[in-house]
Design a protein. Structure first.
Lengths: 235, 111
């Protein structure tokens, strides 16, 4: 059970090198705090928040000023899920839950879904938004899976890619529509920005929640588990 | 009594707060990096990677702090949100790889 003892000299050498790296990073951090001159990005961003369609500065930065960054982040989530699906079948589901767990899940999961909807809406003017709401939905899926529901609250397998790619597709479609309207990719008109952001965030919440729950399932539900070799019983 | 003396003892409370929070983030990063390089099991490496990520988020939040009365810089906060999501998905992929490696080891050991 105990790991093999790591030999002493490499450990000391690595500790020394990391100490040197730490000094370099500490100097860089101090310079960033003390040595800057000129205007910080904070003032520029905070000055333009009233035009962005939302009043929460972090949501404005995430969904408006740096919307392309958020689009790529949804693509990273999707790529990780595709990797997980390609690695093998889903792990075996848990057994039927005890009565206390079943009742608890029956109470908590609807509350989680409600809280996710609330966070999605309140992200416009307070801390919240698509990623926080999507994390709550993912947690609801994890709870369902732990309580014995093998599907983790997700729809049938051939509908799951629609849900997960839907967030990214909605984002790209909105960006292209803005280009077609002559504003530029992912540039919103101040009058309609609030509803455009809400539309993107709704699609993104569903996609993020579904992706996190599917990642917890741990593999592709459509694949059949391989039989163990040599006639040994499957673990 | 001590909070009244603090402004005299520390000339710049904002800077002290940033240094304390960012310094602890730097320490987390270095500890995570050390564990990532030294320990062999995959699960320990994934945990170390997450600790490094937490350290980086500490540093970003420290840079964004501008005092109790000023709203913080929103751009590093958005970067932290993005970073959390990417770290979670990368950890999930790493754990799936580990699971597959374990299954392959079990299958090979049966022969």
């Amino acid at each position: 059970m105990s790991a093999p003892r790591t030999s002493l000299w490499p450990a000391i050498a690595i500790a020394g090198l990391l100490g040197g790296l730490g000094l370099l990073l500490a100097w860089a951090f101090l310079t960033a705090l003390l040595g800057y001159e000129g205007e910080r990005l904070a003032e520029i961003a905070l000055a333009r928040v009233p035009d962005s369609g939302v009043s929460n500065p972090v949501t404005a930065v995430l969904l408006n000023f740096r919307a392309y960054d958020t689009l790529l982040e949804l693509a990273v989530l999707l790529a990780a899920l595709l990797g997980i699906w390609s690695l093998g079948p889903a792990s075996l589901p848990y057994g039927a839950p005890e009565p206390v767990l079943a009742r608890l899940v029956g109470w908590v999961v609807p509350l989680l879904v409600l809280s996710a909807g609330y966070l999605l809406w309140v992200g416009g003017h307070a801390p919240g938004g698509a990623f926080q709401a999507g994390a709550l939905l993912g947690a609801a899926g994890v709870m369902l899976r732990l309580a014995g529901y093998a599907s983790a609250g997700l729809p049938r397998r051939h509908l799951q890619p629609v849900l997960m790619a839907g967030g990214l597709l909605a984002f790209v479609a909105v960006g292209l529509i803005q280009t077609a309207l002559g504003l530029g990719f992912l540039t919103y008109a101040p009058a309609s920005a609030k509803w455009v952001i809400l539309l993107i965030e709704t699609a993104a919440t569903l996609a993020i929640g579904a992706t996190l729950a599917a990642a917890f399932v741990g593999g592709d539900p459509a694949r059949v588990p391989r039989p163990a070799s040599g006639g040994a019983p499957a673990p | 009594m001590i909070p009244d003396l603090l402004p005299n003892m520390i000339p710049d409370l904002n800077l002290a707060t940033q240094l304390l929070f960012g310094g602890s983030g730097l320490a987390l990063f270095l500890l995570g990096a050390w564990s990532f390089l030294i320990h062999a099991p995959l699960l320990r490496k994934l945990i170390a990677l997450n600790v490094m990520g937490a350290g980086v988020f500490h540093i970003l939040v420290a840079v964004a702090y501008r005092g109790l009365d000023t709203p913080p810089d929103p751009v590093p906060h958005a970067l932290v949100l993005t970073g959390i999501v990417v770290a979670v998905s990368a950890t999930a992929l790493g754990l799936a790889f580990g699971q597959r490696l374990d299954q392959d080891e079990d299958g090979a050991a049966d022969d």
